[in-house]
Design a protein around this ligand. Structure first.
Ligand code: PRX
Length: 602
């Protein structure tokens, strides 16, 4: 425990904790009990007070080519104004604020303003549909929603406020604050208020109240094995301790020297922990880029690295594989010599992508830290140290100091080197989730019921002969598409909500670029004409474009066991063009032949 007490010293505490860990209410942990702090003060004000007000916090790059450099002093002023503005709308500690914004500085300012007020934010990815936004806003009972008129995607201005209006029709949300980004006309209703009208005239003085270490900091929804996303709850002191610690040690971050860039979106946990809270707590200078990597050209990221002298670059394997497809001659046109540490997150990185990343981006020498963690873990858990004597392409290798992880068999017994099993975390950690919002039973059932006394991550893993950990992907019905978690059940329920669909089953099939691709099998109602394109669009409308199936097969039947459970294993065999496995447990053994026949017909 001395170890984590030492890490907590990275932060400013208004009141010191009395106990490092109280695990008596397991599986609900309390870290740094009795301690009080303000997360926004830790990420912003204290750096200004320490004399670093003129240091750039954010080099923001807009997709159309506009840019802004924001110093820590400017960031403090903006966060204070926004906090005063939210307070003027009646936002108080404990109230939830939903945020759906593009990657613009206001997104970070809004999150920090909420943190400053002790009002947990719930950020919803900008690509989520109105119905996905609505269910998240309703579940969290958000009082205020912050959004933008629109966002730039691939050179186009696409509407955002219109989606929010659709999502919030008839809802109890009191105020909608709208940032002007694309400048398009948006109807402003009675509860709508422009960000600039509300925020710009506010005072830059705002007292940052210290909150209890266990005060909720944010809720972030993630897909589980059912159709309903889970609101993962994170609290303040432990979370901030572990994100600051890992951001510093895993990336060997040096404030004032490094220029750091994490390419994630703030709609995901990576954006929360490694764009907002970790780097800012560590007084990083970072790049935040609004747009897509090939707008207006495929060298956009490398142009930005060259311009700002980025030294630490953290991205996802799916993007690396996309860069590979675009060709090594593209990064070769830029000076990437400033890069000294590269990171990867979101899914296992295949050795081929690892080698390409190191060779063509890291000049053949940069360490690559493959970081395993989850929305639930809040911060990096498994990663090789950047000074590692030996990197293993494709392995996240070892838990970071302070963290304990194990690979166990069905009975919860640790497996031997060379064997595979399930990844569990057998000791509590500071940034661990503090439950599923409003659903204690689901929290216990999902994470704590499979193995006694240990957190079950949902991932398969194995040890190699040296005892290093290799992640093998999800072992549940959660797909990983371009590093995004999507549940098969969510896509299935979107499909069956279409009038032409009687039944649907969805699997994740290996995909060379996105890791997994979504493959759906649908039984049409009344053998009616179903348009596959229409169904794909329907899923995009229901959940968001990221959930659009790569392929939809229209089939007469689905393979089910006698108890009616769909055998996804067999559907995966079809989707991945493998020989179909054991069918003896099927209720009707002829079904697979029918599906395979159907497939060859399409
Ligand atoms: O399956 C693991 C995979 O992503 C899941 C967590 O997804 P999410 O909560 O959306 O967070 C993603 C960003 C932290 C995990 O259960 N995953 C994440 N990083 C890795 C990984 N799988 C293998 N190697 C990784 N480095």
């Amino acid at each position: 425990m001395d170890f984590w007490a030492e890490q907590a010293e990275r932060l400013h505490w208004d009141v010191r904790w009395s106990e490092v860990l109280d695990w008596s209410g397991a599986p609900y942990a309390k870290w740094f009990t009795g301690g009080r702090l303000n997360a926004a003060h830790n990420c912003v004000d204290r750096h200004v007070e320490a004399g670093f007000g003129d240091q750039v916090a954010i080099h923001w790059v807009g997709e159309p080519g506009d840019s802004r450099d924001i110093t820590y002093a400017q960031l403090r002023d903006e966060v204070c104004r926004a906090a005063n503005a939210l307070a003027s709308l009646g936002v108080r500690a404990g109230d939830r604020v939903a945020i759906q914004l593009p990657m613009i500085p206001e997104a970070i300012v809004a999150m920090l303003a909420c943190a400053r007020l002790g009002a947990p934010h719930s950020v919803v990815f900008g690509g989520f549909s109105p119905s996905a936004l609505r269910s998240r806003v309703e579940d969290a009972e958000a009082k205020v929603v912050i959004t933008a008129d629109g966002q730039f995607r691939r050179g186009q201005a696409v509407p955002m406020k219109a989606n929010v209006d659709e999502a919030l029709a008839g809802s109890a949300v009191e105020k909608v604050v709208v940032v002007r980004r694309t400048g398009e006309d948006v109807p402003m209703g009675e509860r709508d208020v422009w960000w600039h009208e509300l925020v710009d005239g506010q005072s830059t003085e705002h007292f940052a109240e210290a909150f209890d270490s266990e005060h909720p900091l944010f809720i972030l929804y993630t897909s589980g094995t059912t159709g309903k996303p889970k609101g993962i709850l994170h609290t303040t002191g432990g979370y901030l301790t572990q994100v600051a610690y890992t951001h510093q040690v895993v990336f060997d971050h040096r404030p004032g020297e490094d220029v750091y860039w994490c390419t994630a979106d703030i709609g995901w946990i990576t954006g929360h922990s490694y764009i907002v809270y970790g780097p800012l707590a560590n007084r990083a200078t970072q790049v935040v880029y609004e747009g897509t990597p090939n707008t207006p050209h495929e060298g956009r990221h490398w142009e930005i690295v060259q311009k700002y002298g980025v030294s630490i670059y953290y991205t996802a394997p799916t993007l690396i594989r996309t860069f590979m497809k675009w060709g090594e001659d593209i990064p070769a046109r830029y000076d990437l010599s400033s890069l000294r540490v590269l990171g990867s997150v979101g899914e296992p990185i295949n050795p081929e992508a690892w080698r390409w990343y190191r060779e063509h981006i890291g000049a053949g020498t940069a360490p690559i830290v493959d970081t395993w963690w989850q929305t639930e873990t809040g911060a990096i858990m498994i990663a090789p140290p950047p000074g590692s004597p030996e990197f293993k392409p494709g392995s996240a290798q070892t838990p970071v100091p302070g963290i304990s992880a194990m690979v166990v068999d069905d009975a919860g017994k640790e497996v031997a080197p060379g064997e595979s099993g399930y990844l569990v975390l057998d000791q509590p950690w500071p940034s661990m989730l503090r439950g599923v919002w409003g659903d204690d039973a689901r929290f216990r059932e999902t994470y704590w019921s499979r193995f006694t006394g240990a957190y079950f991550a949902g991932d398969g893993a194995r040890y190699d002969a040296d005892g290093d950990i290799w992640l093998l992907g999800r072992v549940d019905d959660v797909m990983n598409v371009s590093g995004h978690r999507i549940s098969t059940a969510e896509v299935e329920s979107a499909l069956v909500s279409h009038p032409a669909v009687a039944e649907a089953a969805v699997v994740g099939a290996a995909d060379p670029t996105t890791g997994q691709g979504i493959v759906a099998f649908v039984i049409p109602r009344d053998a009616a004409e179903v348009s596959v394109q229409e169904l794909r669009d329907h899923v995009a409308r229901e959940i968001g474009p990221i959930a659009k199936p790569r392929q939809i097969m229209v089939v007469p039947e689905l393979p089910k066991t006698r108890s009616g459970k769909i055998m996804r294993r067999l559907l995966r065999d079809v989707a991945e063009n493998r020989e179909i496995g054991d069918v003896t447990t099927l209720a009707d053994s002829g079904v697979m032949a029918q599906i395979a026949g159907q497939k060859s017909a399409t």
